[in-house]
Design a protein around this ligand. Structure first.
Ligand code: PMP
Length: 399
């Protein structure tokens, strides 16, 4: 009998499955709104100028590829700290932040989850309902029991904030609470500053462990604005985790550039935490790859390239906002009776459109417009050439 005789076929990743279906679709008008990727107005994945320039500089002074330190490139880690906590902030200057380079935002989450499992083996993890589809699996595979706190309120087209607060208030001390720092995936609904203050107060009062997933810094209102929530947690005096992804903000999806930062009470504690994070990394993949981290470090640490990045990121952010505004107008013009203005209030790459599963299936099978069955559409994949078609098709299925 074969060793693998009893291995079951795992279910297909729902988003990748959608991509396969999209690729096989021969309709020339097909539009893929299922992905979590930013495309430019030509429907192309952008290669940022700041990235190109940094890579040119790197190619002009090529370096041999030794192993990186376990926690990654020092200049990268310090650039991440400055970006996330603020250059010159007390948190950074006091040495209280332990930061490691990680394999994308997913890698940051995984290193954090593995470290937390050793630290608090019996803690539960709370994620938002709904959340990025990998959160539950990632923390479950790290050995945690994962539950959800209320978040999306379909009837209100917004957030069930009372439900969220009630759930956090009822959570036992030590519960790990996964929070989307900005641009909530999949709903597009973010907490207001006032609501964040209340969340910060509850996690502190209940001694919960905040884990902020920041995969879209700069895609909401701006780099500093989107990062403001970090300042609120720092000011509250809590220790917490932040995972960072540069997949979207640098359009470096395949380079797997991300990080995990842990804010500790003092430098000595941060040193001990860092030593443990390094063990997690060492025993998983030993050390991170060189290229993506070097590109991001070069851009963030070179003033002209940093300014160029901010400009290019702002352009992506503005284009998404334009698509949201246009979508609201065009849906109305196409005859959609219900108020769709919530699309403009949502932020980031996604919109929970409020469409039912049946409507999403119709969009796909009759019109080759691909979104997830939950009604999530990637607004960042709309452009001036496909938006009319998409809005006309939505109008047909919502009636
Ligand atoms: N967290 C959230 C909320 C995400 O949407 C994503 C990516 N779609 C990630 C983490 C993972 O980012 P990365 O691709 O850099 O691993």
């Amino acid at each position: 009998m074969s060793l693998f005789n009893a291995v079951e076929m795992a279910p297909r990743d729902p988003i990748l499955g959608l991509n396969e279906q999209f690729n096989a679709d021969s309709n020339p008008d097909k539009v893929n709104l299922g992905v979590g990727v930013y495309y430019d107005d030509n429907g192309k994945l952008p290669l940022l100028e700041c990235v190109k320039t940094a890579e040119k500089q790197m190619m002009e002074a090529p370096k041999a590829r030794g192993y990186l330190p376990i926690d990654g490139i020092a200049a990268y880690d310090s650039a991440v700290k400055n970006l996330v906590f603020g250059a010159g902030s007390d948190a950074v200057k006091s040495g209280r932040v332990a930061t490691v380079q990680a394999l994308g935002g997913t890698g940051g989450l995984k290193v954090g989850a593995d470290f937390l499992k050793r630290l608090s083996p019996n803690a539960k993890v709370l994620i938002s309902d709904p959340s990025w589809e990998n959160h539950r699996a990632l923390f479950t595979n790290a050995g945690f029991v994962v539950e959800a706190y209320p978040y999306y309120d379909a009837a209100r087209r917004g957030i069930n904030f009372d439900g969220m607060l009630t759930a956090l208030n009822a959570a036992p001390a030590g519960t790990i609470v996964l929070l989307h720092a900005c641009c909530h995936n999949p709903t597009g609904y973010d907490l207001t500053a006032g609501q964040w203050d209340q969340v910060v107060a509850v996690t502190k009062a209940r001694q919960l462990v905040p884990f902020l997933d920041m995969a879209y810094q700069g895609f909401g209102a701006g780099i500093a604005e989107d990062g403001a929530v970090i300042g609120k947690f720092v000011a509250s005096g809590q220790d917490f985790f932040v995972s960072t992804s540069f997949s979207k903000s640098f359009s470096l999806y395949g380079e797997r550039v991300g990080a995990l930062s842990v804010l500790c009470s003092n430098k000595e504690e941060a040193d001990r935490v860092l030593s443990q994070l390094k063990i997690v990394i060492r025993t998983n993949y030993s050390n991170p790859p060189t290229h993506g981290g070097q590109v991001v470090a070069t851009v963030l640490n070179t003033p002209e390239l940093r300014a160029l990045w901010e400009k290019e990121l702002a352009a992506m952010r503005v284009r998404i906002k334009q698509m949201r505004t246009a979508m609201v107008q065009k849906l109305k013009a196409a005859g959609v009776k219900q108020d769709m203005s919530f699309i403009e209030q949502q932020v980031g790459m996604f919109s929970y459109s409020g469409l039912t599963k049946d409507q999403m299936v119709r969009l796909r099978s009759e019109f080759s417009v691909y979104g997830t069955d939950t009604g999530r559409m990637c607004v960042a994949a709309l452009n001036s050439r496909n938006i009319d078609y998409v809005c006309a098709c939505i109008a047909k299925v919502v009636g």
